[in-house]
Design a binder for this molecule. Structure first.
Ligand code: FMN
Length: 193
């Protein structure tokens, strides 16, 4: 059984990310894979900006948030990243959350889901650079929703049927690589222990 985290990558009030996250979660859960799919909402973790000074009164809370985020991300074999596009790139909240990680996500796989005027593809290309450095294997197929045609008034999510094909491909690739990389991690542990 593989554990897959679905990372809700926007903390904006009124965010579209919730509808997209719920859609991919329900879609994945209905496939009957040998996998669990759990939504992880960045808004549930009040992560400080990496390296920024935190007032003494908030230090304990900030450290607890960083630990909880780290432990949650370490518990998965792979990730589905819900990434909206901000200024042709990944949103700041998601980038900051990823900057807090390194060994927790190494030798694991990720599938990308995005939305924007061009489906969030520029945020995805940016994420692929970040994942290269984090040793995360991002799969080729991404699910890319258009703010113009998959949302009504840019806010009511009404995805076109054809996205199901890409969602299935992305999930097939993600599960294959998550399983393979689980073996890689186990092999590495056997060699070093
Ligand atoms: C500051 C800002 C910058 C944005 N830049 C882009 C952009 O470069 N390309 C794009 O396709 N959409 C852009 N958008 C539109 C967002 O992708 C859209 O608002 C999306 O719903 C944001 O995700 P969220 O609602 O889950 O926070 C931008 C939105 C904001 C607020």
């Amino acid at each position: 059984m593989l554990n897959i985290g679905i990372i809700l990558g926007s903390v904006r009030e009124g965010r579209n990310a919730e509808a997209v996250t719920n859609w991919i979660h329900d879609f994945a859960a209905k496939r009957g894979d040998e996998a669990t799919y759990e939504i992880v909402d960045l808004a549930d973790y009040q992560l400080p900006l990496l390296g920024a000074a935190v007032p003494e009164a908030q230090k304990q809370e900030a450290e607890a948030a960083i630990s909880a985020w780290s432990e949650k991300m370490a518990s998965f074999d792979g990730y589905i990243i819900i990434a909206p596009e901000y200024n042709h790139s990944v949103g700041g909240a998601l980038k900051n959350a990823l900057d807090h990680l390194k060994p927790e996500v190494a030798d694991k796989a990720a599938g990308l889901v995005g939305y924007g005027s061009l489906g969030g593809t520029r945020a995805h290309e940016n994420l692929r650079l970040i994942f290269g450095e984090l040793q995360v294997a991002d799969v080729q197929t991404a699910v890319t929703f258009s703010l113009m045609t998959d949302f009504e008034n840019f806010s009511v999510f009404k995805p076109a049927d054809y996205h199901a094909d890409n969602a299935n491909k992305m999930l097939d690739q993600l599960l294959a690589w998550s399983g393979a990389l689980k073996q890689v991690r186990e092999n590495a542990q056997a060699v070093t222990s």
